[in-house]
Design a protein around this ligand. Sequence first.
Ligand SMILES: NC(=O)c1ccc[n+]([C@@H]2O[C@H](COP(=O)([O-])OP(=O)(O)OC[C@H]3O[C@@H](n4cnc5c(N)ncnc54)[C@H](OP(=O)(O)O)[C@@H]3O)[C@@H](O)[C@H]2O)c1
Length: 295
Amino acid sequence: MILLTGATGATGRRVLDRLLLRGHRVRCLVRNPARLGTRRVDVQLALWNLTDTRLPGGALRGVETVIHLAGPLGDQPIGHLEELNVTASWRLADAAAAAGVGHFVHVSALGAGEAAGCRFLRAKGTGERVVRGAGTTGGMAVSVVAPSLVLARGQRWASWAQALSLLPIAPVPVRGTPGRSRPVAARDLADALLAVTEGARPPVETPARHEIAGPQEYGVRELLPALQEVVGRPRRTVSLPVPVLRAAVAALERPGAADREALAVLGCDTAGRHGTRDLEALGIHPGGLVESLAG
Ligand SMILES: NC(=O)c1ccc[n+]([C@@H]2O[C@H](COP(=O)([O-])OP(=O)(O)OC[C@H]3O[C@@H](n4cnc5c(N)ncnc54)[C@H](OP(=O)(O)O)[C@@H]3O)[C@@H](O)[C@H]2O)c1
C-alpha cells in the first residue's frame, strides 16, 4: 500500500495515474475528495489537512511507502507556509517511522536550504532536515526528490505569463536578485517519483537526494517571455476602460500574500548543480517548456 498526499495537485494527479496503471494500491490523504474526480473510486480515501495534529485512524495501516507531495508555496488562512511544509512533514514522517513504513519519499525543492533567499525554500530546507532526522531515528529509508520550478498545462507560472502578456507592465514583480531555474514538467517529476518509489531503497543512514531539473536554464527575466512564447499571446486584445485597466495592473503588482511568496521563488536560485543528470539516471529524458505545457 502506498500513502499519497497532494494527489489532487498538478504533480499528484500524474503520480496517482502512474501508480494505478502500475497496479499499486493507493490511499490518498486529501482535504477535498471531489477534486480527485473519477479517480476517487480507485483509491482509499481519508480526509486530512496539513495542519491536522493527528493522522486519520488507520491512515498508515499496511503502508510500505509514503509519497509526501502536499507542500504549498505560500501561506494559507489555516497556517503559515513554515507550518505547512515543516511541521506537517515532520508529523507525517515521525508517524510513518513509528508505524514501520519502509520508505518515505519526500518532495522538497531545488535550492532548498536554511540560507535561501525566500521563505518557501528556507521552509523546504528545514523540512528536508526534519524528515531525514525522523527517518534516521525511526529506522525508515528517506528519499528526497527536489524539483526546480514545476510546469504543467494551467500551472500558475504559465497563467501569470499569459496574464502579464496582456498588460504593459514590467513582467517580473519580484524583489531581490533575479534567480535562475531549470523548469521541469510535472509529468517528468511524476515519472521520477514513480522510479524512486519502485527503485531500491537507500540505506536508512544515508538518505538519497534526487535533483529534478529540466534541460534549459533560464534567468527570471528570460523565463516569463519564454513562457509567453509557448502559451501564446491572445489574438485579440480587449479595450478596457482606464479605471478597470488600472485596477487590473494594481492587482498584478500587489498580489495576495500567498502569491507574493510564490512569485518570490522566481527570484531565487532553483537551477541546481547537476542539470538533468539525476533525471537521466532514473531513466527519464526531460522535455522543455513546449512539452511541459502540452500536458
Ligand atoms: N510548483 C512549483 O513550481 C514547485 C517548485 C518546487 C517544489 N515544488 C513542490 O512540489 C510539490 C508538488 O507541487 P505542485 O505544483 O504539483 O503542487 P500543486 O499543484 O500546488 O498541488 C498541491 C497539492 O497539495 C494539496 N494541499 C495544499 N494545501 C493543503 C493543505 N492545507 N492540506 C492538505 N493538502 C493540501 C493540494 O490540495 P487541493 O487540491 O485541495 O488544493 C494539492 O493536492 C510540492 O511539495 C511543492 O512544494 C513545487
